[in-house]
Design a protein around this ligand. Sequence first.
Ligand SMILES: Nc1ncnc2c1ncn2[C@@H]1O[C@H](COP(=O)(O)OP(=O)(O)OP(=O)(O)O)[C@@H](O)[C@H]1O
Ligand SMILES: [Mg+2]
Length: 172
Amino acid sequence: MSATPRIAVCPGSFDPMTMGHVDIIERAARLFDRVVVAVLVNAEKAPLFSFDERVAIIREVFAGQPNVEVETFQGLLVDYARQKQASVIIRGLRAVSDFEYEFQMALMNRHLAPPIETIFMMPAEQYTYISSRLIREVFSLGGQIDGLVPPVVEARLMARRKARPLPNARTT
Ligand SMILES: Nc1ncnc2c1ncn2[C@@H]1O[C@H](COP(=O)(O)OP(=O)(O)OP(=O)(O)O)[C@@H](O)[C@H]1O
Ligand SMILES: [Mg+2]
């Protein structure tokens, strides 16, 4: 008997990918046959990384995990999930602050596509306060982000900082 593979989609902007994202995707990869990490293509004015860079970074982070794949998507998430034959949407929950928006999205997606379930997962405690927005902010102000993002993200950001030091960075 060949069971239908269980496929989950993990959508987000991943600008940049953080250890919180990595934690959730790894947990999902243990539960599902295939996990499709879907980078949302939206009209963000000043992204930190281009879509191609984000996809390349995520591919590198999960290079050793054959059941994790990465793509970009646009339009309705449920349409994309159907197209990938995914039965589940995975979302990470950090704190109560995530809940209201996530609750609305999950119910709207259920309204649009009743067979697709949204599953919420909690990251390891030490990642519950990390968001891409905070990483972007801390990095732009010259703060340390090691341990909060995968080493490939840190390396790319450090290379950038070297090429374009902060305007108020001391050189002496
Ligand atoms: N630290 C984290 N722990 C658990 N889940 C997370 C974490 N960071 C993000 N996620 C989840 O990953 C998914 C994709 O989120 P997204 O790419 O918007 O990240 P984000 O950190 O919220 O970015 P931004 O700060 O730009 O909104 C969402 O389900 C989000 O809740
Ligand atoms: Mg967010």
